[in-house]
Design a protein around this ligand. Structure first.
Ligand code: SAM
Length: 328
């Protein structure tokens, strides 16, 4: 029986045994509250048929809770020092695979497919002696890829079956990681992530307030984000300065608004928020150096009042601007 890692005394003991200190530069704040870890894993709604990607397993706290669901788990950790720790803490779970690397550089589809194949293999042969070269062979075998059940919209021609993400993210790169996952059009069906509370509030913000910005639009375009619960800073070791929130984001299967060209849509959003205090008549000039006349004509075509500011525009109004945008 493995000891539960998500306890202050166990985490402290593990860090001491490996002579490790949490690295602030890598956003290392380890969860030490068992009930919180279990709630995060539960929010991912995992079954033994699922494959779940964890970003930043640390010493294996959440990894252990994910492993106990029976899902195939792949955890990508950047810090090389933690790999021997993870071998010790979660190495005995045959449904867990640890990959050392930067999540922003990892080929996620490849890693998911390899994990699925390895875990299926382990489940059927009931042993745990597969190594990296076996993983490569399995991943290279075209017979092992599944056909077209991808769950997300936008140009998805990938053949990997849907997977989920569940992670306590490193806070210094929360937004880049989430956008990296969403923009790749991966067959990602559910994203459960712990982030700083203020970041979560921005991601779910509706038009009209200070929290609403380009990240709100992007998150709500790709997913249906909800704050599941708040986690006090005392649940971590070391404790961060701010509280956190667990976001549960169901990936949309169809876009919420009609956007023929997604690139234009996000360019419009970026231009509008680039000077968020200014009126649209000014901020939209940043969409490729337009003149005041061109912006005015464009706003007329979209039927939007140019004295408004970006933070008051709904997704549908941004989409209307994207649909009516014309070069020069
Ligand atoms: N999952 C553990 C927990 O809940 O206790 C640790 C979470 S800690 C907030 C974030 C983890 O992400 C750290 O282990 C850190 O080393 C790792 N990390 C930081 N940057 C990373 C990156 N670019 N790719 C993968 N992991 C990263």
């Amino acid at each position: 029986i493995q000891p539960i890692i998500a306890r202050r005394e166990v985490t402290t003991r593990i860090l001491q045994a490996f002579h490790l200190k949490a690295d602030k530069n890598l956003g290392q704040n380890f969860l030490v509250e068992e009930s919180v870890v279990n709630r995060i894993a539960k929010a991912a709604e995992l079954t033994p048929e699922d494959t779940v990607l964890e970003i930043g397993p640390g010493i294996g706290t959440l990894t252990q809770a994910l492993a106990m669901t029976g899902a195939s788990v792949v955890s990508v950790e950047l810090d090389k020092r933690l790999i021997p720790v993870l071998k010790e803490t979660v190495g005995a779970y045959e449904n867990v695979r640890i990959v050392q690397g930067d999540i922003l550089k990892v080929d996620i589809l490849k890693v998911i497919e390899e994990t699925r194949a390895l875990c299926d293999n382990a489940k059927s042969s009931d042993h745990n002696d597969v190594n990296e070269s076996d993983a490569q062979e399995i991943a290279d075998d075209p017979a092992l890829t599944t056909e077209g059940s991808a769950a997300c919209f936008v140009n998805n021609n990938k053949s990997t079956a849907p997977f989920k993400v569940c992670a306590n993210l490193p806070y210094y790169i929360t937004t880049p990681i989430i956008m990296y996952l969403l923009e790749q059009k991966l067959p990602l069906e559910r994203l459960v992530v712990m982030v700083q509370k203020e970041v979560a509030e921005r991601m779910i913000a509706k038009p009209g307030g200070r929290d609403y910005g380009a990240i709100s639009v992007a998150m709500q375009y790709y997913t249906e984000p909800k704050i599941a619960f708040i986690v006090k800073s005392g649940s971590f070791l070391p404790a961060p300065k701010v509280d956190s929130a667990v976001l549960v984001c169901k990936r949309r299967t169809v876009p919420p608004v009609d956007v023929p060209d997604e690139k234009i849509f996000f360019k419009v959003v970026a231009a509008a928020f680039s000077v968020r205090r200014k009126m649209l008549t000014n901020s939209l000039k940043n969409m490729g150096g337009l003149t005041s006349e061109q912006v005015k004509a464009w706003l007329d075509r979209a039927d939007i009042d140019g004295t408004r500011r970006a933070e008051t525009l709904s997704l549908e109004e941004f989409a209307a601007l994207a649909r009516t945008w014309e070069k020069n």
